[in-house]
Design a protein around this ligand. Structure first.
Ligand SMILES: [Zn+2]
Length: 700
């Protein structure tokens, strides 16, 4: 164990090393926990990528000096940092056990970019990557991923190519392709009818045919209607039919827009590695040479390849987000590769093209939460084919935020409030008589994803949807999942093109109540009549049933002596669930530890929050300072102080969160009005600013 730890630590920044030392005593015996933490720590460098202060005059530099020093320490410990200039090609998702209900296999996700010499570079999947879309010109500082965080499955593309998998350390330049390409996102939210056009290429090789050679079968598995037994005797529908139903006819895939071709590539099928990009290139060229079609005229391009003897392990492989509704039409946008032609696999891979990831859950059993564990979602474990969730329809761009579709409830956590909504069946056309909405959602800033590999992504929205017993909600879905109200967490995401997908948290019948963990809300299904469900959402603290006494079970305590120190950094973010268990008191986690309700005010330039709160007749609360850790957080607290942020940046001052309020911020005033949220665990109420910044202060 020790040897493994040392090797894995080799690539960490100095800050992370300190953190590991803090933890090592507490966890000397908790080997499993420690392994998890080390894997997580390997991803810390990306947190700092935006931290570099951008000061141009001496006064400002004075303020920045602590952050600057930290950045230098960090830079010098990143031994293998190098620059990479390339064009972003795609996000890739590989599925080894698509939709298998018990699979804990998350598949693999990575980004690809190409440099001027057409060499493909592979980029580690983290939040930085989501800022890029296909065609974007990017210049990055990168370092090779190594140690425990490097995926080790055989024949991953960077292994086959014998090149590094790069992690983005910082973004030097980013020129969005949307500036030059027609931007269809301008029509986002419109009810425009858009069509999926697709070319299906059966790619035979000289020495081996594709696993499927029947063109009709390939067409039918994509287009058969519910109940039609064209592909098999099961009549379970298809992607095209389900998309039309899930999008209320806004996004359709007419059979007339689909073409299938069979071509032969004049090469032997590659038996080393899994060079899927070469396969796509060769098959598209063969299509140009041997048919009347040019694959670049189609938005969606599917490849059916041989299955014998290569290093490919997946059932399906696809680009993510290239075919988002708002980006359609978009010639030459998407690729999907198949080693199975089942309708469910097609829907899953094209679902990735549309911008969906996996629908997680516990298979409705209350057991472990897994990547594909949502039994009633097309991107989950419903191998029997159901439709897209309401939350996915919204992220995918074809369910709008208007009355009758997706409606937002605004919880008031301080004084408490409630809302009652009539939801129509997810599988009926819009406008069901008597309905208020297809689904209702509300913000859950403290929600922790239950699929462990996503647990660091705290926040997102909770969704309520009602599945009736029609169409894709019924034909293959177990009756226990019909006529039920569902609570989903839509994990926090920054890019609608990629999303972070959903988790099914609860299945509810009439009369059921449920309090989603960390949501400070309770949902109740008041009634289910026909195709309508009446639901109530109540916001506010849970009623306290008994007064906690010190030391008793359920009391507000820390389990580790280091908690107050660790709380400065780790109550939010990727450690939050570990901290919520072990450092309840310091993180104000758990119902026995209600956080102090703070009033946020803007301090005077140069002054501390201690002074600011005192002059308002209150005192400053450190814990509320620590909990501001993202752009969203700082915008939220600025709003509470009656201010808005012109921009939000991860500059990590001891006095963050703050707003640069001087007219000379960054010298010329170019960053006046910018808010800072970076956190290195050095914040306290007593810190003062250098004069340009005004602190945002939580007073209680
Ligand atoms: Zn997948």
């Amino acid at each position: 164990m020790q040897a493994v730890s040392i090797a894995a630590l080799d690539n960490l920044c100095a800050h992370a090393r300190d953190f590991d030392q803090l933890f090592s005593l507490a966890m000397a015996v908790a080997l499993i926990v420690k392994t998890v933490l080390i894997l997580g720590l390997m991803t810390l460098p990306s947190v700092y990528s935006e931290d570099a202060p951008k000061c141009e005059n001496t006064e400002c530099e004075k303020e920045d000096v602590s952050s600057l020093l930290q950045s230098r320490v960090h830079a010098s410990s990143e031994s293998r940092a190098e620059e990479l200039e390339c064009t972003f090609v795609a996000m890739m998702e590989e599925d080894n056990s698509i939709g298998e209900k018990d699979s804990t296999d998350d598949g693999y996700m990575w980004g690809e970019c190409k440099d001027d010499s057409e060499v493909t570079h592979y980029l580690f999947d983290d939040d930085e990557l989501e800022k890029f879309g296909p065609g974007d010109k990017i210049k990055l500082t990168v370092s090779a991923v190594s140690g425990g965080n490097l995926p080790t499955a055989p024949n991953l593309p960077w292994q086959s190519d014998n090149v590094p998998l790069y992690r983005i350390v910082s973004v030097i330049a980013h020129e969005s392709a949307l500036l030059t390409e027609e931007d269809h996102s301008l029509t986002d939210g419109a009810t425009a009818t858009k069509e999926v056009d697709v070319i299906m290429m059966i790619c035979n090789y000289k020495n081996q045919k594709a696993f499927v050679t029947d063109e009709d079968k390939v067409m039918n598995s994509f287009y058969q209607k519910l109940g039609e037994k064209l592909y098999s005797s099961q009549g379970r529908g298809s992607f095209a039919d389900m998309l039309s139903a899930s999008s209320y006819g806004r996004f359709t895939a007419p059979r007339s827009k689909g073409k299938v071709v069979t071509v032969t590539i004049n090469k032997n099928f590659p038996f080393q590695g899994c060079p899927y990009n070469d396969m796509a290139k060769d098959c598209k060229q063969a299509t140009r040479d041997q048919t009347n079609f040019d694959p670049d005229d189609f938005t969606f391009r599917e490849f059916f390849i041989p299955t014998q003897g290569s290093g490919c392990r997946w059932g399906g492989l696809a680009n993510v987000g290239c075919g988002h509704y708002s980006r359609i039409p978009r010639k030459g946008a998407c690729h999907a590769w198949y080693r199975s032609d089942r309708p469910f696999v097609r829907a899953h891979e094209i679902g990735h093209n549309l911008g969906f990831l996996h629908a997680g859950g516990d298979w409705g059993t209350g057991s472990q939460y897994v990547e594909y564990g949502d039994p009633q979602a097309s991107m989950g474990a419903s191998y029997t084919f159901s439709s897209f969730n309401a939350a996915s329809r919204y992220q995918g761009g074809f369910l709008r935020k208007v009355a009758g579709e997706a409606v937002e409830f605004q919880p008031d956590f301080n004084t408490g409030n409630s809302g009652t909504f009539k939801l129509q069946s997810l599988s009926k056309p819009l406008g069901e008589q008597g309905s208020d909405a297809v689904a209702v959602f509300w913000s859950c800033p403290k929600c922790v994803p239950k699929v462990s590999s996503h647990s660091s992504n705290v926040g997102g929205n909770l969704w309520l949807q009602f599945r009736g017993d029609e169409g894709y909600s019924a034909v293959t879905l177990d009756s226990k999942f019909q006529n039920k109200v569902y609570v989903h967490l839509a994990r926090k995401y920054t890019s609608k093109y990629y999303g972070k997908d959903t988790e099914m948290w609860q299945v509810m019948g009439k009369g059921d109540s449920y309090r989603p963990p960390n949501s400070e809300t309770t949902v109740t299904v008041e009634d289910i009549v026909g195709d309508l469900a009446t639901v109530t959402i109540k916001a506010g603290k849970a009623p306290t049933t008994e007064a906690p006494t010190t030391g008793a079970p359920g009391a507000c305590t820390d389990k580790k002596s280091g908690c107050p120190r660790w709380a400065k950094l780790y109550c939010t973010g990727r450690w939050s669930s570990w901290m919520a268990t072990n450092c309840q008191k310091s993180c104000f986690a758990g119902q026995a530890c209600p956080p102090p309700q703070a009033t946020w005010i803007l301090g005077q330039p140069g002054k501390s929050c201690t002074e600011a709160c005192e002059s308002a007749g209150k005192s400053c609360s450190d814990i509320n300072l620590y909990n501001v850790a993202s752009a969203e957080d700082v915008q939220g607290v600025a709003g509470k102080a009656g201010k808005t942020c012109k921009n939000s940046v991860g500059w990590a001052y001891k006095f963050s969160p703050s707003i640069c309020t001087s007219s000379q911020c960054c010298g010329s005033g170019s960053c006046t009005g910018w808010c800072t949220f970076g956190n290195r665990g050095e914040r306290s109420c007593s810190e003062t600013t250098g004069g340009h910044h005004s602190r945002l202060c939580p007073c209680i």
